[in-house]
Design a protein around this ligand. Sequence first.
Ligand SMILES: [Zn+2]
Length: 289
Amino acid sequence: MNLPGFTGGALDRADRVRHEPELLAAAVADPRARLLVLNGLDPELDEYDRLRWTNLAEATGELLFLGFEHGLPRFVSALPEGVRPPATRSPALFGMLERFTCEDAALYAAARSLVDWHARHGFCAVCGTPADIFRAGWGRKCPHCHAEHFPRVDPVVIMLAELGERVLLGRQPSWPKGRYSALAGFLEVGESIEGAVMREIEEEAGVRVRGVRYIASQPWPFPSSLMMACIGVADDERIEIDVHELEDARWFTRDQVCRALAGDADAGFIAPPRYAIAHTLLTAWAEGL
Ligand SMILES: [Zn+2]
């Protein structure tokens, strides 16, 4: 199984630094400290397709401490006060995701989600007072009611239903022509991962599954999801799609999946991109996990 996209980086998040002002001051003062270059929320890549870094003096907002990478202090700047993050992902970003190293993708995911969260959560959710950044950027604290707020993570289940040597995939109308992928949906409060997998597959495709098994997870920083990939065993092959969610859903054979993952144009569908955990999930299933 390949490593899921946005995972496996070399970042030491160094929680101790977030709690010790002297350690944070030393990291800021370190001449090797670098600031991640972002264009809005998009990264900038150098001629080697690596993330670009600059001096901390270039920050246009508060410094957020990402951690140490190979011993080097890494920071990112919050967006300037009052600047809203873009509502949609830029088309250029997808091209960059294909070129990223695993290490850079993982670090960028953390930085992007953190910057985005601060830009959209400037006020205390309890009393509405502007909240201050604390813990070196990993939270906000209200100066009025003292409530503490932390960057949110939105759990999403993404899953395959299997039926013998076949697997259920679906497509949304907005996807590139021919692309089929695993079904997915947000976990709801009070719900287990297994329960969400069973509910989502039945809601979207009318397929009942049982025996849900966990395969892998990945952060998905658009803006702050955690994708949890699972496989469930279907009761039977009947499909009844929810047309509000899916354009189509169908069963594909193991041979078709292997060929699609290998880029075969005659596989019957186009596999999801390598940086998406659906690709990891399909690979795992094809390998019999
Ligand atoms: Zn408050």
